[in-house]
Design a protein around this ligand. Structure first.
Ligand SMILES: NC(=O)C1=CN([C@@H]2O[C@H](COP(=O)(O)OP(=O)(O)OC[C@H]3O[C@@H](n4cnc5c(N)ncnc54)[C@H](OP(=O)(O)O)[C@@H]3O)[C@@H](O)[C@H]2O)C=CC1
Ligand SMILES: CC(C)(CO)C(=O)C(=O)O
Length: 321
């Protein structure tokens, strides 16, 4: 089984590293700067907040598909790990590198990017996946996992093989038939991405401040209201059920610290991917995250002023950089 990671950046390199260490055949399709970093540092170094540290080199590093004839119809599984707004631009290349039995697994946060591509890719199996944890790209080809969780993939014959290989290395990997609750539930957590980028603080420090938690609770409450109106079910990622999260987040600091130990058991330096985007002066995924809450709110007649304000603030930040 040949696997490609298309758009290997923070999460893509982390996933590639775990797959390689699981004994799978992995190629990266990445920017020349990533290739150069990996060549100079003998591969991808995976590290995590619990002390894991290992370096591994993927089989092939491709920076230009047109210069890689061995990539034509070559991949049985392609993980797409680029940003939401970049997904639709790679449709033709995805067709070129896959065959009729391939599985393409889209690993984006938020809502909407998957829908932009499904119509044009009807030749093979289209799946979704989620990275429930944070990955920060660091110097020297190091990719650091800052929070807990394991890759979550839609179930089919390819992902079953991947899961077995990953579990054998104790990496964790969960499979689900119905990805909708997984994606919608993750969106609830991603409502912190923009707030984290706005405060500029590490997530742990941000969540230690009650005012910051209350803003997050307000944004989450709007999404929970939309989900109730739209009859959307949410997967539970935290110890408490989604509907209790805003309540817990709004507690005074002492009570919150006592009750939400797991939420604060994260790397002191972990930040959201949107914080990384703002720092790198890249376009953010705000329209697919808080923007999606606003759009669905409009559709179901639920007011979402908090998320609208967050969208506007992030657009302002994008323009000021
Ligand atoms: N980072 C994180 O901690 C988490 C991220 N996610 C989600 O995962 C998805 C991916 O995020 P993340 O890994 O952070 O993204 P990154 O921006 O780190 O990685 C995407 C990579 O793909 C590259 N790329 C874009 N287009 C192409 C192309 N045509 N050919 C080759 N390379 C390309 C980008 O280069 P360039 O920048 O030059 O365009 C970048 O290096 C997002 O939806 C994000 O929300 C989910 C959980 C955690
Ligand atoms: C893991 C989490 C929720 C961390 O903020 C994330 O998805 C992101 O940074 O994009």
């Amino acid at each position: 089984m040949r696997i490609a990671i298309f758009g290997a950046g923070s999460t893509g390199c982390y996933l590639a590293g775990q797959l390689c260490l699981s004994g799978l055949d992995v190629s990266l399709i990445c920017r020349p700067s990533i290739k150069q970093t990996l060549v100079e540092n003998n591969g991808i170094t995976l590290s995590d907040y619990q002390g894991f540290l290992q370096t591994v080199m993927p089989q092939t590093l491709i920076t230009d598909i047109e210069q890689a004839p061995t990539a034509y119809a070559a991949f049985d599984v392609v993980f797409v790990t680029l940003k939401c707004h970049q997904v639709s631009s790679i449709a033709n290349t995805l067709i070129t590198i896959t065959h009729s039995n391939s599985s393409i697994i889209f690993m984006q946060n938020g809502l909407g990017s998957f829908d932009t591509i499904t119509d044009v890719l009807s030749h093979c199996n289209l799946l979704q996946g989620i990275t429930p944890f944070n990955v920060l790209q660091q110097p020297n080809g190091r990719f650091h996992k800052g929070t807990e969780g394991a890759f979550t993939l839609q179930k089919n014959d390819h992902t079953k093989v991947i899961q077995i290989a990953m579990l054998a290395q104790e990496f964790g990997c969960s499979l689900h038939q119905d990805m909708a609750p997984i994606i919608y539930g993750k969106l609830l957590l991603n409502l912190n991405n923009a707030l984290n980028a706005i405060t500029g603080l590490p997530i742990k420090q941000q969540l230690s401040q009650r005012d910051c938690r209350r803003q997050l609770a307000a944004a989450m409450t709007e999404w929970l209201n939309v989900c109730q109106a739209a009859n959307i079910e949410l997967h539970q990622y935290t110890k408490v059920t989604p509907k209790w999260l805003p309540v817990i987040l709004s507690l005074p600091n002492m009570l919150f610290t006592l009750l939400a130990k797991q939420m604060l058991d994260i790397d002191p330096q972990a930040r959201s991917s949107m914080w990384e985007d703002i720092q790198a002066k890249r376009k953010t995924e705000i329209e697919y995250i808080n923007g999606a809450v606003v759009r669905l709110g409009e559709k179901y007649g639920v007011k979402t002023p908090v998320n609208s304000a967050i969208v506007a603030q992030i657009h302002q930040l994008e323009q000021s950089l």
